[in-house]
Write a new protein. Structure first.
Length: 393
C-alpha cells in the first residue's frame, strides 16, 4: 500500500502561496462577497506565480508537480483565509486531460493554459433532473460529419463565465442502446470562446456564497469532433478518475478551512476577556477547538494518503471519498467551534467567520454529498446491498 510522507510538507510552495495570499486580506473577500463578484485579481496573481499550472507537465510549460503538491497549494490558500473555489477546477480537471487527452489536444491547449492565456475552469456534469445520478444525465452529443452537436442543460456549472474551456460530460449513445449503463457517455473539451450566444446560453444562479455558478443551456452547439477526449462512450470512466482527484483537492481545501477556523478561533479565545479572564481559559471553549483540531489532523492524514496513492498511479476511490467526507466534516466542526467561540461577533461580517462558515457548508453537498459517500463505502468496502438506483439491493 502506498503511504504518504508526513515530512513532505512542501513548505517552500506553502510559503510562496502564503505570500500571494497576504495581498488578499479579508476586506478583499468581503467586498467581493457583498457584490457576488469574481476574484479576478486573486486568480491572476495565482496564474502569474504559476500555481494554477502546477499539474501541467514541464514540457507543456507547467511546473510538473503532482497532486500532493497541488493539494498543498489549495490547502494553503484556504488556511490563509482566501478561497480557491474561483480557480481550483484548473487543477482537478487536469487529470482527465492528462490521463485521457491525446497529444494534439495537450499540445494545443496545455502551454496556453500554463501561461494564463487560456482558462480551464468549467466542469459540466450535474444536470437539474439527474442530480447525483450522473448516469441518468440527458445532455446529448450527436456526431455529424466532423462535428458533434450538443443539446441539453447543465446546472451548477461554476466559473463558466470566467473560463475559455469546459470539460463536458454528455451522452453519445442512448442509455437503452448500451450493454452496461456506464457506457455511452463521452467527455469533451469544449472551446467556449465565441460560442456564448451561438449554441450556449449561461444564466447565473445567485447563491448563499460567492461562487460564480450558473445554469448552462446547449441548443445545437456545434463543436469540432476532435474535442472528444479519449474514446467515445468511455467518458464515465474518465470522469470518475478525474473525480477522485477533485475529491482529494477539495478535501485539502477543507483541511485549509479547518486550520483557518482553528487559528482564528484560538486567537479570539486568547484575547477576548469576559468575567475577568480570557474565554479560552474555560474548557467549554477549549475542548470544542481541541477536538476539532484532533479530527482535522486525522482527516489530513487520509487526504495526503489518498493524494500519494493517486500520484503513484492508483485510482484510490475509497481513500478519495473517505478523505472528502472526513475533511468536510472536520472543517464543519472547526467552523462550528470558531463560530461559537466568537459569540455575537461571529455574526459581524468584519470578522470573516460568518462568510467562511457559509463557504465551508458547501462541502457537505458538493462535489459529492456525504450521503453518497456513505453509500459508496457501504457498498464498495463493506459489501452491503446497493441502496439506490438500478440494481438496488
Ligand atoms: C455552489 C455549487 C457549485 C457546484 N459546482 C459544480 C460544477 O462546477 N460542476 C458540476 O457538474 N456540478 C457542480 N455542483 C453540483 C454538485 O456536485 C451537486 O449539487 C451535488 O453533486 C449534489 O447533487 P444535487 O444537488 O442534484 O442533489 P440530489 O442528487 O438531488 O440530492 C439531494 C439530497 O439527497 C441525497 N440523496 C440523493 N440520493 C440519495 C441516496 N440514494 N441515498 C441517500 N441520500 C441521497 C443527497 O445526498 C443530497 O443530500 C455544484 C453545486 C453547488 C451547490
Amino acid at each position: 500500500m502506498t503511504s504518504f510522507d508526513p515530512t513532505a510538507d512542501y513548505s517552500a510552495i506553502r510559503d510562496g502561496v502564503a505570500k500571494v495570499c497576504a495581498g488578499f486580506p479579508g476586506a478583499y473577500w468581503r467586498d467581493l462577497d457583498a457584490r457576488r463578484a469574481y476574484p479576478k485579481e486573486f486568480v491572476d496573481a495565482l496564474i502569474r506565480e504559476g500555481y494554477l499550472a502546477a499539474m501541467i507537465p514541464e514540457n507543456y510549460g507547467g511546473s510538473g508537480l503532482n497532486l500532493t503538491a497541488s493539494a498543498a497549494i489549495l490547502e494553503e490558500i484556504h488556511s490563509q483565509g482566501c478561497n480557491a473555489a474561483a480557480c481550483h477546477a484548473q487543477m482537478y480537471t487536469m487529470g482527465t486531460v492528462l490521463r485521457h487527452g491525446n497529444e494534439a489536444q495537450k499540445e494545443r491547449y496545455l502551454p496556453r493554459i500554463a501561461d494564463g492565456t487560456l482558462r480551464l475552469q468549467a466542469f459540466g456534469v450535474t444536470e437539474p433532473t439527474s442530480g447525483t445520478d450522473t448516469l441518468a444525465l440527458k445532455t446529448t452529443a450527436r456526431r455529424e460529419g466532423d462535428e458533434y452537436v450538443i443539446n441539453g442543460q447543465k446546472i451548477w456549472t461554476s466559473r463558466v463565465e470566467h473560463s475559455d474551456l469546459m470539460v463536458l460530460l454528455a451522452r453519445t449513445t442512448p442509455r437503452d442502446q448500451v450493454g452496461s449503463k456506464t457506457e455511452g457517455l463521452s467527455v469533451f473539451l469544449v472551446d467556449l470562446r465565441d460560442k456564448v450566444g451561438d449554441g450556449i446560453e449561461i444564466r447565473p444562479i445567485r447563491t448563499m456564497i460567492n461562487h460564480a455558478t450558473t445554469e448552462v443551456f446547449f441548443d445545437n452547439l456545434r463543436i469540432p469532433a476532435d474535442s472528444l477526449i479519449g474514446e467515445e462512450g468511455k467518458g464515465f470512466r474518465y470522469i470518475l478518475s478525474g473525480m477522485n482527484s477533485e475529491r482529494i483537492l477539495i478535501a485539502a481545501e477543507c483541511i485549509g478551512d479547518a486550520k483557518w477556523f482553528l487559528k482564528t478561533g484560538a486567537a479570539y479565545a486568547r484575547e477576548r476577556v469576559v468575567f475577568g479572564d480570557p474565554i479560552g481559559a474555560n474548557q467549554g471553549i477549549q475542548f470544542p477547538l481541541a477536538r476539532a483540531h484532533a479530527h482535522m489532523m486525522a482527516a489530513e492524514a487520509i487526504v495526503y494518503r489518498a493524494a500519494a496513492m493517486y500520484d503513484a498511479g492508483h485510482n484510490p476511490g475509497v481513500e478519495a471519498n473517505t478523505a472528502k467526507m472526513l475533511a468536510a466534516d472536520a472543517s464543519w466542526e472547526a467552523a462550528e467551534a470558531c463560530m461559537q467561540t466568537h459569540g455575537g461577533f461571529a455574526f459581524a461580517e468584519e470578522y470573516d467567520v460568518e462568510r467562511k462558515f457559509r463557504e465551508a457548508r458547501l462541502y457537505q453537498v458538493a462535489p459529492i454529498s456525504t450521503n453518497l459517500i456513505l453509500c459508496y463505502i457501504a457498498e464498495q468496502v463493506l459489501g452491503l446491498p446497493k441502496s439506490y438506483g438500478p440494481g438496488r439491493g
